[in-house]
Design a protein around this ligand. Structure first.
Ligand code: XBP
Ligand code: MG
Length: 251
């Protein structure tokens, strides 16, 4: 591993914010209700379905395993797309209304990067529209200026754990994998970044609170805590850019 960090790569869902529980899940149930479907996802069921990356893929798998919905494959596909589309519209409304805020310590770490002139990128399996909705609501109109590149589902259709999104982000940034660090929350995200050669810091989220995270540079509960990290966080109070550099150096 290199000891010089050139860019910080942010995952979105679960990492920047608890978007799944407070955003996508609520929005999906609203879409079901609005379309007069009797389906509802509990938090527990959603946790199981989150093992599948991608809202469309998740919905398709659920309908297939419940053996429900239209039997005709075309009608089935059309229904899934309609639900997903409405889910995203409800999601945008929810986040614009302030229902989903950044996780503690995210803003501070972003500020460290901006002050140090460290480039940041977004690397996610959700869509550009969902990224924009979340970050506009939380960082303001100029949100996109903070990021050197944004890689979303439209750019990298092979979703995490496939490394495609990370490989593309590295290419766009023109850097080597060992000069970047990713912040992630899920095993799929960890796998995607690691397979692209990028070291990963895991800030655990609600739905991936106890999963094994093999090969991560560091694993902890929250970026705004210095306690509870493995390996330990030497900085006091929160995970800083300096701490990320230290974990990268120690690896
Ligand atoms: C997490 C995902 C996404 C979201 C929902 O992405 O798997 O599918 O759950 O978004 P990441 P969509 O952690 O990489 O940000 O409905 O747009 O797929
Ligand atoms: Mg995530």
């Amino acid at each position: 591993m290199s000891d010089e960090l050139a860019a910080l790569l942010w995952d979105v869902d679960g990492t920047l914010a608890e978007t799944e529980r407070d955003g996508h899940l609520v929005a999906m149930n609203r879409a079901f209700a609005e379309l007069n479907l009797s389906w509802r996802w509990s938090e527990r069921r959603y946790g199981e379905l989150l093992r599948i990356a991608g809202g469309l893929e998740r919905l398709t798998l659920d309908i297939d395993t419940q053996c429900t919905g239209p039997r005709d494959p075309e009608e089935r596909r059309a229904l899934v797309q309609r639900i997903h589309h409405r889910k995203n519209e409800h999601y945008a409304t929810l986040v614009a209304g302030g229902a989903v805020t950044l996780r503690p310590g995210v803003r501070e770490l972003m500020d460290d990067c901006l002050q140090a002139g460290m480039r940041m990128a977004i690397v996610t399996t959700t869509s550009h529209g969902n990224v924009e909705a979340l970050l506009r609501a939380n960082l303001g109109e100029d949100w996109a200026r903070s990021f050197a590149t944004i890689v979303a589902a439209e750019d990298a259709p092979r979703k995490k754990p496939d490394p495609q999104a990370y490989a593309l982000a590295l290419r766009r940034l023109g850097i080597q994998a060992h000069d970047a660090v990713a912040i992630e929350d899920s095993p799929a995200g960890l796998h995607a970044a690691t397979a692209a050669g990028v070291g990963v810091v895991i800030a655990r989220s609600r739905f991936f609170a106890t999963d094994a995270m093999p090969g991560a540079l560091a694993v902890g509960r929250s970026l705004d805590e210095s306690a509870g990290w493995t390996p330990p966080c030497a900085q006091s109070g929160r995970v800083t850019l300096r701490q990320l550099q230290q974990w990268l150096r120690e690896d």
